[in-house]
Design a protein around this ligand. Structure first.
Ligand code: FAD
Ligand code: SF4
Length: 506
């Protein structure tokens, strides 16, 4: 008789490629899945995220059981404090020789797993997460000895490794990167298609009721829950994206749009991150769309770059430098998070819209996260940890391995430039160029001081001014620093004073 294993499947590991599951034996091993208080509460998660994960877990558990596996599923109502408590129960009930689990995506949990063997009195194998396209070892090898890491070079290696958009080893079209074609601002050029929504089934409806009861104070308007919770539905939503939205994805990737939270984005990060979709499959599907003439090369390349490049790169960065990475704070930013981050009540139209949809739907696209919310947090000098915690809480796709490098590194430049070669700081002019929010706003993007001046403008110069010793050392900031230095002293003083007055109202 073979020894029985206990296989722990976490909420973001719902995939058949989960290394703990690939060798699982029906009738012999016990698969454990658990909704536990610690994981549900370590930040004030958006209710969309909790419903997505609980419902997807319950659906996955059902399929596992149908395939003959013995599944022990703990619901939140059973009151287990944490994953270790779930394992303790199983180890006491079932004679298992070892516990197997895929490595988690967050350092917090990985760290606690290191003590499980001792605490449970049974061997615990934490297996490498093989669902990513670059192993941590390969990333570390690539990073080793480099003075500066840049995503673009990593991405080229990955294109070659996976033979994506290549023509005899050279990039299709002659260029590796078509980003310059992906920056068109929104002026209502074309209609935005309605999304392919999923209507909640009985399992999801039950989870929605339970989550409304258990998390009354968390963000998330569940009357708008339309996410997929099964592999098949996630694939159907992605297929819709490839057929309908991908052709316009590249062009309007950086657009800020009053009429739609999603524009032409794919809305698949939450599925990739919890195992309902596979990164290589979606990249190959996008390449096929281009080869079949259904989208431009810049659309396919822009999409593939995000997944094959950025997604893998931020994960590599996270594990390369954690836990020290989470302590970085280049500008010593400490201002408390304004209350409106939790209510969306600000009269800055672009920020209001980005915050409200983040809170209500758990979704904002990249430019909203980076250049509207993140840019505001950077310019206003908001506390890095508080901002990171907010991002981790509100988004349906948020896990620390991907959230932290994007927020602390890319948006806040808190990691001393490890993620970005210069801060993504911008004035209201950029937001005006990229979209149509300013027309609906009580502020004027062309004004720098005065009650109707766009706050991004004076905040931008205030940021440049207060960090000029550090920013002056960055060659890519040379032009802008020169512009500021040359300005009239009284004019500069008036801008800085106005920004300070405005900041005091936060
Ligand atoms: C401050 C900040 C915080 C972020 N936090 C998260 C987060 O918690 N979880 C998360 O998955 N993404 C995060 N991102 C990256 C990105 O904004 C989201 O992946 C994207 O908006 C998800 O929407 P989508 O699926 O429609 O993406 P699309 O725009 O359609 O892009 C396709 C896919 O590319 C991947 N991708 C794109 N950009 C990035 C990136 N910078 N890093 C990693 N993957 C990327 C995602 O998997 C995404 O689904 C963050 C970005 C910023 C600037
Ligand atoms: S004027 Fe400023 S605050 Fe208002 S929408 Fe434009 S950029 Fe945003």
């Amino acid at each position: 008789m073979s020894e029985s294993h206990c296989i722990l499947v976490l909420a973001d590991q719902l995939s058949w490629d989960n290394p703990a599951l690939v060798d699982a034996r029906p009738g012999i091993d016990t698969i454990v899945m658990a909704e536990v208080a610690e994981e549900a509460n370590y930040v004030r998660h958006n209710r969309h995220k909790i419903v997505l994960l609980f419902s997807a877990m319950r659906h996955f558990a059902q399929v596992l059981a149908e395939r003959g596996f013995s599944v022990r599923y703990f619901r939140l109502s059973e009151g287990l404090p944490d994953l270790e408590a779930a394992l303790k129960k199983i180890v006491a009930e079932v004679p298992v020789s070892r516990v197997r689990v895929c490595a988690p995506g967050e350092y917090r949990l990985w760290h606690s797993m290191q003590t499980w063997t001792d605490r449970l009195g049974v061997a615990v194998d934490v297996l490498e997460d093989t669902r990513f396209l670059c192993t941590l070892e390969a990333f570390n090898d690539w990073a080793d000895g480099k003075k500066q890491l840049r995503m673009e070079f990593f991405y080229r290696e990955m294109r070659k490794r996976y033979q994506l958009l290549l023509d005899n080893g050279e990039p299709e079209g002659g260029k590796w990167n078509y980003d310059s074609e992906n920056r068109v601002g929104w002026r209502n050029q074309i209609p935005i298609p309605a999304r392919h929504d999923i209507v909640p089934d009985a399992v999801t409806t039950e989870v929605i009721d339970e989550v409304l009861d258990a998390f009354p104070n968390n963000p998330g308007d569940l009357s708008q829950f339309r996410l997929a919770v099964t592999h098949a539905d996630a694939e159907a939503q992605f297929e819709w994206f490839c057929e309908v939205a991908l052709p316009s994805f590249g062009t309007y990737q950086d657009a800020l749009v009053e009429e739609s939270p999603w524009v032409f984005h794919s809305l698949i990060s939450m599925y990739l991150n919890c195992g309902l979709l596979k990164p290589l499959v979606v990249c190959q599907r996008a390449e096929r769309a281009w080869r079949e003439g259904r989208c431009s090369l810049s659309a396919a390349e822009g999409f593939i770059r995000q997944i094959l490049g950025w997604r893998e790169y931020v994960r590599g960065i996270y594990w390369l430098w954690m836990p020290e990475y989470a302590e970085r704070n280049t500008f010593d930013a400490k201002r408390p998070l304004p209350e409106f981050f939790w209510t969306g009540e600000t009269d800055m139209r672009c920020l209001q819209q980005a915050l409200r949809q983040s809170l209500d739907l758990g979704y904002a696209h990249h430019i909203q996260r980076l250049m509207v919310i993140g840019n505001f947090a950077l310019l206003a000098g908001l506390d890095v940890k508080a901002v990171c915690e907010w991002y981790l809480a509100v988004y349906v796709d948020a896990y620390e391995w991907v959230e932290l490098p994007n927020t602390a590194g890319m948006a806040l430049y808190a990691d001393h430039g490890a993620m970005a070669s210069k801060p993504y700081a911008a004035s209201g002019k950029y937001i005006q160029k990229q979209g149509n929010h300013c027309k609906q706003c009580r502020y004027n993007p062309s004004k720098v001081t005065g009650t109707d001046a766009c706050p991004y403008n004076s905040l931008y110069w205030h940021f440049i001014d207060r960090h000029s010793p550090l920013l002056g050392k960055n060659a890519r900031m040379g032009l802008i620093m020169g512009n500021w230095r040359k300005r009239n002293v009284d004019e500069k003083a008036a801008i800085v004073a106005w920004a300070e007055e405005w900041l005091a109202t936060l």
